[in-house]
Write a protein that binds this ligand. Structure first.
Ligand code: CUA
Length: 156
């Protein structure tokens, strides 16, 4: 006598096959699409961040042809610098650390969406092909003025 009914065996098999296909899709997308999980590029004592180069001089630095490093700090309740101006077509590498609590950095209409954990430097790159203003907002609740923690990327 069969221990497992053939219908049950069929559904068990189908479930495992679907799980297998999903797993293969997720794992292969990392290689095919070159996906990366955001990971800390560096660790820094948050109390020392503002005296730790390059974060002792936050700002925009040209590092190549229309390519810039945006060196930023996040603290309650501001980004430094809060306004970044670049020419159209600029590639901007955002490098940001927090001095106090967890903040976030979302640059609207780009792929930049970082969690900024004190002690870690977060990094993301975006290319600005269209002129305009892109709002930067903090995406982690960081205290009573969280909703006012914002900035802009101006592309012209
Ligand atoms: Cu910083 Cu919310």
């Amino acid at each position: 006598m069969e221990m497992i009914h053939r219908y049950e065996r069929f559904f068990l098999g189908s479930t495992l096959a679907i799980m297998g296909i999903a797993l293969v899709a997720v794992i292969s997308s990392f290689f095919i699409e070159d996906l990366e999980l955001p990971s800390p590029v560096e660790t820094v004592d948050p109390a020392e961040l503002t005296s730790h180069p390059p974060f002792d001089r936050p700002g925009l630095f040209e590092v190549g042809e229309n390519e810039y490093d945006a060196i930023m700090t996040a603290q309650a309740w501001a980004f430094v610098p809060s306004v970044i101006e670049v020419p159209v077509g600029a590639k901007v590498n955002f490098k940001i650390g927090a001095t106090d609590v967890v903040h976030g950095l979302i640059v609207h209409n780009t792929n930049v969406n970082l969690t900024i954990i004190p002690g870690q430097i977060s990094q993301a790159t975006a290319t600005f092909d269209e002129p305009g203003e892109f709002l930067m907002v903090c995406s982690e609740y960081c205290g009573i003025q969280h909703h006012n923690m914002a900035g802009r990327v101006i592309v012209k």
